[in-house]
Design a binder for this molecule. Structure first.
Ligand code: ADP
Ligand code: MG
Length: 694
């Protein structure tokens, strides 16, 4: 038997069963089975007394004898009942399903172990369908009994828990031949880890709880460590192999802008981040950097300064945003910032007219145009640069891997890459998922911002909320109303939104109300946005199209309808649309009266903090990491046992361990590290699990 042996060849399986297993569990080799871990264990190491039973215990084991077996009830209520007694008391045993054969098998008046879940009914404990074992037959070596994630489909065909236990016992007996150590001895010593063989043995058949815990920790450690090692190797490889354009100088464009055109003093965080970017781009290595900064932290300015350095070095820049509105806004703010400079900026989106397109294409190729801002439209093959040196991608999680790769290909030597995201990602997630990127964080808001006041209101407070909005408008402010999408039906959404719009227009009679939603044509959207941004409209009724990036500093009230239907990161993004000006801003979360526990947590988190990183931590606990990254990318986090929410500490620690180890021994040539290299090569390299994500 070796790891690749198909289970079909194991005793007691055969082709038919192995086919069924393959279909249901997607497991077909000995290795698959070794990694088919129990979901829980039945603890048969402990013997409970009847007098010590409580409600809500897991399955328990008792020692005593069965008396008074009889059939009771009539028809469908007919059942088999008995009493079970030990030296401390008596409880009921019940069988709802039984055969004559089973009835005759039940041993009466003998010492037996019974095993099962107890429930309390009429102040009397009872156990249904207990497992029964004569004391003299009990297998004393079996203490924690594994329970595998079975399925009805399998157990109906005889592939039940006993079957899995038997197969795994047979496989585990071969562990010394099957499993080789993959961590150096010094590391195991240092981390107090048990051997790999012991870990596999004890994860399936733990001697006791302590052994289970050691096995669990060892397997998690190994997963976290190799995950980090793979990332560290990739980063090392990138830093030594990825050729990039060295931006050696900081010249007139940057300096002139910095000295004469900065509309405000940069925050300390902005300055630090620009320095990090600048240092990166100076080297003849492609930059691959993630810029994280909460909404409103001033990422656009950082992006612009990086682009000016590119221009100083004779290169063009491209900035890509996920939506038309966002691209338009970036373009507007960048154009505005550059208005007194000779730098040429243009916008390219799906709705750019053919004539304008032609000019853009030409100017990109002859080098007249220094900065191109756009949507996916910039990826098209007809868009050719004379010399693209820097690609900036906003809100990167909305772009697929393949799309981003197309930007790289727009120059012979790929451009430097700066990815900007306003979605704060929990630290452990960023460290694991982005650990092959360099990360810069803007963790400081521009001065003078007043924290947004967030309040939770219910349906019955609606009138008060609306009146409050009116008062704010009368003070000269503007107000957003946001409605959730019901994704199943766009038509319904639209109907819903227009009805609400009519309702609001009614209430705000005499004020200007406008509407923005995904079904509008780009030109209509623009018009609505413009109407609001110019201050002519007092109220904007919208769906989540306004979620990202939209910037109207005078809008200071955000009312989110049915707020319980939004996710945390979405609520945070929406709230970021206000609090952009000098006025005190408000975010009001309107919900129905009844809230689920999760909704309550989300709303409470929002009212308690403005800190995007804190919010993202709660979000990850509620949703799990896969959901946060999106389905497309969550496959990358398919761990066997590691849990990004629970095991943050381990993930952080192994990152340091892996990086330190590589620093001392970059090619894993040290004798102690040979097993690392071997295991890595066999299991990670080339599997492309952590393929380029930017
Ligand atoms: P985001 O990080 O969300 O993209 P923006 O770049 O859109 O944030 O900046 C938000 C607002 O803050 C803009 O109006 C911008 O002009 C302003 N801003 C950026 N940096 C500063 C600063 N250092 N001081 C004052 N205002 C700033
Ligand atoms: Mg932005």
């Amino acid at each position: 038997m070796d790891l690749d042996t198909p289970i079909e060849f194991l005793k007691g399986i055969g082709p038919e069963r192995s086919k069924l297993i393959k279909n249901v569990l997607d497991s077909s080799t000995v290795e698959d089975f070794l990694n088919f871990f129990p979901i829980r264990y039945l603890d048969k190491s402990k013997i409970y007394k009847i007098s010590n039973l409580k409600e809500d215990l897991p399955d328990v084991q008792l020692l005593g004898s069965i008396i008074d077996l009889k059939e009771i009830g009539e028809g469908r209520a007919k059942r088999l009942s008995a009493k079970f007694q030990d030296e401390t008391g008596t409880m009921d045993l019940v069988w709802f399903k039984y055969s004559k054969w089973l009835k005759e098998q039940i041993p009466l008046n003998q010492k037996v172990y019974i095993f099962g879940k107890v429930t309390l009914f009429n102040r009397q404990f009872s156990m249904t369908h207990p497992e029964i074992e004569l004391e003299e037959h009990k297998d004393r070596s079996a203490r924690l009994i594994p329970v595998y994630p079975g399925s009805e489909k399998l157990s109906k065909r005889g592939l039940n828990q006993k079957f899995f236990q038997k197969i795994l016992r047979a496989i585990c007996a071969q562990i010394p031949q099957l499993i080789a150590e993959n961590l150096p001895a010094y590391l195991m010593d240092q981390e107090r880890l048990i051997s790999r063989q012991q870990a596999y043995l004890n994860i399936h058949f733990p001697a006791d709880v302590a052994h289970y815990e050691m096995a669990d920790r060892r397997i998690k450690y190994e997963e976290a460590f190799y995950f980090q090692l793979a990332h560290a190797l990739k980063k090392q490889h990138h830093h030594t192999h990825a050729v990039g354009h060295p931006f050696e100088i900081v010249g007139d464009f940057f300096t002139d802008f910095y000295q004469h055109h900065l509309p405000f003093e940069l925050t300390g965080a902005q300055k630090r981040v620009i320095k990090e970017i600048r240092t990166d781009m100076r080297r003849p290595v492609q930059m691959n950097r993630l810029l994280q900064g909460d909404v409103g932290s001033g990422k656009t300015m950082v992006a612009l300064l990086a682009m000016l350095i590119a221009i100083d070095n004779g290169f063009q820049s491209c900035m890509m945003a996920p939506t038309e509105i966002l691209a338009q806004q970036h373009f507007n703010s960048i154009q505005d910032l550059l208005k007194n400079t000779p730098v040429q900026v243009k916008l390219l989106t799906g709705s750019t007219k053919t004539a304008e397109r032609k000019i853009i294409h030409e100017q990109l190729q002859n080098g007249e145009l220094s900065i191109l801002v756009g949507t996916h439209a910039v990826l098209e093959d007809v868009v050719q640069f004379k010399n693209l040196g820097l690609a900036i991608i906003d809100e990167q999680h909305r772009f697929g891997v393949a799309q981003r790769a197309r930007l790289w290909a727009k120059n012979r030597i790929p451009p430097h890459i700066l990815i900007m995201t306003a979605t704060p990602i929990p630290r452990t997630l960023a460290m694991s998922f982005y650990s092959d990127l360099d990360v810069s964080v803007i963790d400081e808001m521009p001065l003078g911002r007043k924290p947004i006041i967030t309040a939770h209101r219910r349906e019955k407070d609606r009138l008060t909320v609306f009146r409050f909005a009116k008062e704010e408008i009368d003070k000269g402010r503007q107000v957003y109303f946001v409605y959730p999408l019901i994704e199943e039906s766009e038509t319904l959404d639209y109907k819903n939104l227009t009805e609400n719009y009519a309702h609001i227009a009614d209430f705000f009679e005499g004020y200007n109300v406008t509407m923005l939603h995904g079904k509008m044509k780009p030109a209509e959207k623009d018009e609505a946005m413009q109407y609001f941004a110019s201050g002519k409209a007092h109220v904007m009724v919208a769906t989540t199209v306004i979620e990202v990036g939209v910037n109207v500093p005078n809008a200071s009230v955000m009312i989110i309808e049915s707020a319980e239907r939004f996710g945390l990161s979405q609520l945070h993004q929406l709230r970021g649309r206000v609090g952009r000006g000098a006025e005190q801003s408000y975010c009001i979360l309107l919900t129905s009266d009844k809230l689920s526990a999760d909704s309550r947590t989300r709303i409470k988190t929002m009212t308690e903090t403005n800190d995007g990183f804190k919010i993202s931590e709660v979000d990850m606990q509620l949703r799990g990491p896969g959901d946060i990254l999106g389905t497309q990318q969550s496959g990358l986090l398919d761990f066997k046992r590691l849990d990004l929410v629970q095991d943050g500490k381990l993930i952080r620690a192994t990152k340091d361990t892996a990086e330190n180890l590589l620093q001392k021994d970059p090619f894993l040539n040290h004798e102690d590290h040979r097993i690392l290299k071997k295991y890595y090569m066999e299991n990670y390299r080339g599997k492309n699990r952590w393929s380029k994500i930017s």
